[in-house]
Design a protein around this ligand. Structure first.
Ligand code: PEP
Length: 258
Protein backbone atom coordinates (compact mmCIF):
# COMPACT_ATOMS: atom_id res chain seq x y z
CA UNK A 1 0.00 0.00 0.00
CA UNK A 2 1.11 3.56 -0.55
CA UNK A 3 -1.59 5.65 0.99
CA UNK A 4 0.06 8.95 0.03
CA UNK A 5 -0.25 8.13 -3.66
CA UNK A 6 -3.48 6.15 -4.03
CA UNK A 7 -6.57 4.73 -2.34
CA UNK A 8 -6.56 1.47 -0.47
CA UNK A 9 -9.69 -0.52 -1.32
CA UNK A 10 -11.14 -3.55 0.42
CA UNK A 11 -13.88 -5.04 -1.74
CA UNK A 12 -15.96 -8.03 -0.74
CA UNK A 13 -17.33 -10.17 -3.56
CA UNK A 14 -20.39 -12.03 -2.31
CA UNK A 15 -20.67 -13.91 -5.63
CA UNK A 16 -24.06 -15.70 -5.88
CA UNK A 17 -24.59 -15.85 -2.12
CA UNK A 18 -26.90 -14.26 0.45
CA UNK A 19 -30.59 -13.36 0.42
CA UNK A 20 -32.19 -9.94 0.69
CA UNK A 21 -33.46 -10.90 4.13
CA UNK A 22 -29.88 -11.53 5.30
CA UNK A 23 -28.30 -8.22 4.25
CA UNK A 24 -29.29 -6.14 7.27
CA UNK A 25 -28.15 -8.81 9.72
CA UNK A 26 -24.80 -8.95 7.90
CA UNK A 27 -24.46 -5.18 8.17
CA UNK A 28 -25.46 -5.20 11.85
CA UNK A 29 -22.80 -7.81 12.59
CA UNK A 30 -20.07 -6.18 10.50
CA UNK A 31 -20.27 -2.54 11.48
CA UNK A 32 -19.44 -2.77 15.22
CA UNK A 33 -16.38 -4.89 14.35
CA UNK A 34 -14.83 -2.21 12.15
CA UNK A 35 -12.72 0.00 14.36
CA UNK A 36 -12.03 2.92 12.04
CA UNK A 37 -12.50 4.17 8.47
CA UNK A 38 -9.48 6.14 7.30
CA UNK A 39 -10.00 8.68 4.52
CA UNK A 40 -7.51 6.85 2.29
CA UNK A 41 -9.29 3.49 2.51
CA UNK A 42 -12.59 2.54 0.84
CA UNK A 43 -14.59 -0.49 1.90
CA UNK A 44 -17.19 -1.96 -0.43
CA UNK A 45 -19.38 -5.04 -0.70
CA UNK A 46 -20.20 -6.27 -4.21
CA UNK A 47 -23.52 -8.08 -4.17
CA UNK A 48 -25.68 -9.91 -6.69
CA UNK A 49 -27.84 -7.50 -8.74
CA UNK A 50 -31.06 -8.32 -6.88
CA UNK A 51 -29.50 -7.50 -3.51
CA UNK A 52 -28.16 -4.09 -4.55
CA UNK A 53 -31.18 -2.00 -3.47
CA UNK A 54 -31.26 -3.78 -0.10
CA UNK A 55 -27.49 -3.33 0.35
CA UNK A 56 -27.51 0.35 -0.69
CA UNK A 57 -30.24 0.95 1.89
CA UNK A 58 -28.59 -1.09 4.66
CA UNK A 59 -25.12 0.45 4.24
CA UNK A 60 -26.28 4.05 3.71
CA UNK A 61 -24.27 6.37 5.98
CA UNK A 62 -22.05 3.56 7.33
CA UNK A 63 -18.90 4.25 5.32
CA UNK A 64 -19.24 0.97 3.42
CA UNK A 65 -20.00 1.34 -0.28
CA UNK A 66 -21.88 -1.04 -2.54
CA UNK A 67 -20.79 -2.55 -5.83
CA UNK A 68 -22.14 -4.86 -8.52
CA UNK A 69 -20.36 -7.93 -9.87
CA UNK A 70 -21.00 -7.33 -13.56
CA UNK A 71 -22.68 -4.96 -16.01
CA UNK A 72 -23.70 -4.83 -19.66
CA UNK A 73 -21.38 -3.30 -22.21
CA UNK A 74 -24.46 -1.75 -23.85
CA UNK A 75 -26.12 1.47 -22.76
CA UNK A 76 -29.75 0.36 -23.08
CA UNK A 77 -32.09 -1.53 -25.38
CA UNK A 78 -33.00 -5.08 -26.35
CA UNK A 79 -30.54 -7.01 -24.19
CA UNK A 80 -32.75 -9.31 -22.15
CA UNK A 81 -31.39 -10.17 -18.74
CA UNK A 82 -28.68 -7.51 -18.78
CA UNK A 83 -28.15 -4.55 -16.43
CA UNK A 84 -26.67 -1.25 -17.61
CA UNK A 85 -24.18 1.08 -15.96
CA UNK A 86 -26.83 3.81 -15.75
CA UNK A 87 -29.26 1.43 -14.02
CA UNK A 88 -26.57 0.58 -11.47
CA UNK A 89 -25.66 4.17 -10.66
CA UNK A 90 -29.35 5.15 -10.58
CA UNK A 91 -29.90 2.95 -7.50
CA UNK A 92 -26.73 4.07 -5.70
CA UNK A 93 -24.19 1.47 -6.81
CA UNK A 94 -20.67 2.93 -6.64
CA UNK A 95 -18.40 0.13 -7.84
CA UNK A 96 -18.56 -2.67 -10.40
CA UNK A 97 -16.38 -5.75 -10.80
CA UNK A 98 -15.52 -6.36 -14.47
CA UNK A 99 -14.06 -9.50 -16.03
CA UNK A 100 -13.93 -11.66 -12.91
CA UNK A 101 -12.35 -15.00 -13.83
CA UNK A 102 -15.65 -16.77 -13.14
CA UNK A 103 -17.29 -14.58 -15.79
CA UNK A 104 -14.44 -15.30 -18.19
CA UNK A 105 -14.55 -19.04 -17.43
CA UNK A 106 -18.31 -19.72 -17.34
CA UNK A 107 -19.83 -16.90 -19.41
CA UNK A 108 -17.34 -16.48 -22.22
CA UNK A 109 -16.10 -13.02 -21.28
CA UNK A 110 -12.92 -12.03 -23.09
CA UNK A 111 -10.40 -9.23 -22.83
CA UNK A 112 -12.45 -7.48 -25.54
CA UNK A 113 -15.76 -7.69 -23.62
CA UNK A 114 -13.94 -6.58 -20.49
CA UNK A 115 -12.76 -3.53 -22.44
CA UNK A 116 -16.28 -2.80 -23.74
CA UNK A 117 -17.72 -3.08 -20.24
CA UNK A 118 -15.01 -0.85 -18.80
CA UNK A 119 -15.74 1.80 -21.42
CA UNK A 120 -19.47 1.54 -20.62
CA UNK A 121 -18.86 1.90 -16.89
CA UNK A 122 -16.59 4.90 -17.44
CA UNK A 123 -19.47 6.83 -19.01
CA UNK A 124 -20.99 6.89 -15.51
CA UNK A 125 -19.61 7.62 -12.02
CA UNK A 126 -19.05 3.87 -11.41
CA UNK A 127 -15.60 2.79 -10.27
CA UNK A 128 -14.49 -0.25 -12.28
CA UNK A 129 -12.58 -3.07 -10.62
CA UNK A 130 -11.05 -4.75 -13.66
CA UNK A 131 -9.90 -8.31 -12.96
CA UNK A 132 -6.89 -9.99 -14.55
CA UNK A 133 -4.92 -13.10 -13.66
CA UNK A 134 -3.44 -16.34 -14.90
CA UNK A 135 -4.56 -19.96 -14.61
CA UNK A 136 -2.34 -22.57 -12.99
CA UNK A 137 -1.33 -23.91 -16.42
CA UNK A 138 -0.33 -20.44 -17.56
CA UNK A 139 1.72 -19.90 -14.39
CA UNK A 140 3.45 -23.23 -14.86
CA UNK A 141 4.16 -22.35 -18.49
CA UNK A 142 5.90 -19.20 -17.23
CA UNK A 143 3.66 -16.80 -19.15
CA UNK A 144 2.02 -15.00 -16.20
CA UNK A 145 3.61 -11.61 -16.80
CA UNK A 146 3.03 -11.71 -20.53
CA UNK A 147 -0.61 -12.75 -20.10
CA UNK A 148 -1.42 -10.18 -17.44
CA UNK A 149 0.26 -7.49 -19.54
CA UNK A 150 -2.00 -8.33 -22.47
CA UNK A 151 -5.11 -8.49 -20.28
CA UNK A 152 -4.43 -5.03 -18.85
CA UNK A 153 -3.56 -3.50 -22.23
CA UNK A 154 -6.70 -4.80 -23.96
CA UNK A 155 -8.97 -4.03 -20.99
CA UNK A 156 -7.85 -0.41 -21.07
CA UNK A 157 -7.87 0.11 -24.85
CA UNK A 158 -9.28 3.56 -25.62
CA UNK A 159 -9.46 4.48 -21.96
CA UNK A 160 -8.07 8.00 -21.95
CA UNK A 161 -5.30 8.90 -19.53
CA UNK A 162 -7.21 11.79 -18.05
CA UNK A 163 -9.60 11.94 -15.11
CA UNK A 164 -11.33 8.78 -16.34
CA UNK A 165 -8.41 6.85 -14.90
CA UNK A 166 -9.47 7.91 -11.39
CA UNK A 167 -12.35 5.46 -11.83
CA UNK A 168 -10.18 2.47 -12.78
CA UNK A 169 -8.93 -0.11 -10.28
CA UNK A 170 -7.09 -3.27 -11.35
CA UNK A 171 -7.52 -6.51 -9.39
CA UNK A 172 -4.80 -9.11 -9.86
CA UNK A 173 -6.50 -12.41 -9.19
CA UNK A 174 -4.52 -15.56 -9.99
CA UNK A 175 -7.27 -17.97 -11.04
CA UNK A 176 -5.67 -20.87 -9.18
CA UNK A 177 -5.97 -18.93 -5.92
CA UNK A 178 -9.66 -18.02 -6.20
CA UNK A 179 -11.87 -19.99 -3.85
CA UNK A 180 -9.20 -22.68 -3.45
CA UNK A 181 -7.63 -21.68 -0.15
CA UNK A 182 -4.30 -21.37 -2.02
CA UNK A 183 -2.96 -17.85 -1.72
CA UNK A 184 -0.14 -16.37 -3.76
CA UNK A 185 2.79 -15.54 -1.52
CA UNK A 186 3.00 -11.82 -0.78
CA UNK A 187 6.22 -11.71 -2.82
CA UNK A 188 4.68 -13.46 -5.86
CA UNK A 189 1.58 -11.25 -5.70
CA UNK A 190 3.76 -8.16 -5.36
CA UNK A 191 5.84 -9.18 -8.37
CA UNK A 192 2.80 -9.37 -10.66
CA UNK A 193 1.22 -6.21 -9.22
CA UNK A 194 4.50 -4.41 -9.99
CA UNK A 195 4.38 -5.76 -13.55
CA UNK A 196 0.83 -4.35 -13.81
CA UNK A 197 1.98 -0.97 -12.54
CA UNK A 198 4.76 -0.94 -15.12
CA UNK A 199 2.22 -1.72 -17.86
CA UNK A 200 0.05 1.17 -16.63
CA UNK A 201 3.11 3.39 -16.69
CA UNK A 202 3.87 2.41 -20.29
CA UNK A 203 0.23 2.99 -21.31
CA UNK A 204 -0.09 6.34 -19.56
CA UNK A 205 2.80 7.77 -17.51
CA UNK A 206 4.54 6.97 -14.26
CA UNK A 207 2.54 9.53 -12.28
CA UNK A 208 -0.77 8.13 -13.54
CA UNK A 209 0.34 4.56 -12.83
CA UNK A 210 1.33 5.48 -9.29
CA UNK A 211 -2.16 6.84 -8.67
CA UNK A 212 -4.04 3.68 -9.74
CA UNK A 213 -5.01 1.19 -7.02
CA UNK A 214 -4.07 -2.44 -7.69
CA UNK A 215 -5.81 -5.05 -5.55
CA UNK A 216 -4.87 -8.66 -4.89
CA UNK A 217 -7.58 -11.32 -4.90
CA UNK A 218 -7.37 -15.05 -4.28
CA UNK A 219 -8.14 -16.60 -0.91
CA UNK A 220 -7.27 -13.42 0.99
CA UNK A 221 -8.46 -13.89 4.55
CA UNK A 222 -8.16 -12.61 8.11
CA UNK A 223 -4.84 -14.48 8.55
CA UNK A 224 -2.94 -13.48 5.42
CA UNK A 225 -4.35 -10.00 4.66
CA UNK A 226 -1.82 -8.05 6.70
CA UNK A 227 1.22 -9.51 4.91
CA UNK A 228 -0.34 -9.10 1.47
CA UNK A 229 -1.37 -5.51 2.19
CA UNK A 230 2.15 -4.71 3.40
CA UNK A 231 3.48 -5.08 -0.16
CA UNK A 232 4.23 -1.76 -1.85
CA UNK A 233 2.15 -2.38 -4.98
CA UNK A 234 -0.81 -4.14 -3.35
CA UNK A 235 -3.38 -1.48 -2.56
CA UNK A 236 -6.13 -3.63 -1.15
CA UNK A 237 -8.03 -6.82 -1.75
CA UNK A 238 -10.90 -8.37 -3.67
CA UNK A 239 -12.23 -10.91 -1.25
CA UNK A 240 -14.70 -13.69 -1.96
CA UNK A 241 -15.20 -16.38 0.69
CA UNK A 242 -13.91 -14.38 3.65
CA UNK A 243 -16.19 -11.44 2.84
CA UNK A 244 -19.22 -13.60 3.59
CA UNK A 245 -18.14 -13.82 7.23
CA UNK A 246 -18.49 -10.41 8.88
CA UNK A 247 -15.89 -11.22 11.54
CA UNK A 248 -13.23 -12.25 8.99
CA UNK A 249 -14.08 -9.37 6.66
CA UNK A 250 -13.81 -6.89 9.54
CA UNK A 251 -10.31 -8.15 10.40
CA UNK A 252 -9.25 -7.49 6.79
CA UNK A 253 -10.87 -4.03 6.77
CA UNK A 254 -9.16 -3.19 10.07
CA UNK A 255 -5.79 -4.42 8.75
CA UNK A 256 -6.17 -2.09 5.75
CA UNK A 257 -7.02 0.86 7.99
CA UNK A 258 -3.86 0.54 10.13
C1 PEP B 1 -13.01 -13.48 -5.69
O1 PEP B 1 -14.17 -13.83 -5.70
O2 PEP B 1 -12.64 -12.56 -6.41
C2 PEP B 1 -12.08 -14.15 -4.78
C3 PEP B 1 -10.84 -13.73 -4.72
O3 PEP B 1 -12.57 -15.20 -4.07
P1 PEP B 1 -11.84 -15.91 -2.81
O4 PEP B 1 -11.42 -14.82 -1.88
O5 PEP B 1 -12.89 -16.79 -2.23
O6 PEP B 1 -10.67 -16.66 -3.34
Amino acid sequence: MNRDLRKTIIAGNWKMNMLASEVKAYKDELMPLITEFKAWCDTVVCTPFVLLPEAVCAFKGTGVGVGAQNLSQFESGAYTGEVSAAQLTDIGTQYVIIGHSERRQYYGETDETVNAKTLAALKTPLISIVCVGETLEQREEGITNELVTKQVKVALSNVPGDRELDKVVIAYEPVWAIGTGKTATPEDAQEVCKVIRNVLSSLYCEKAAEAISILYGGSMNDKNAKDLLAQPDIDGGLIGGASLKPDAFAVIVNAANQ
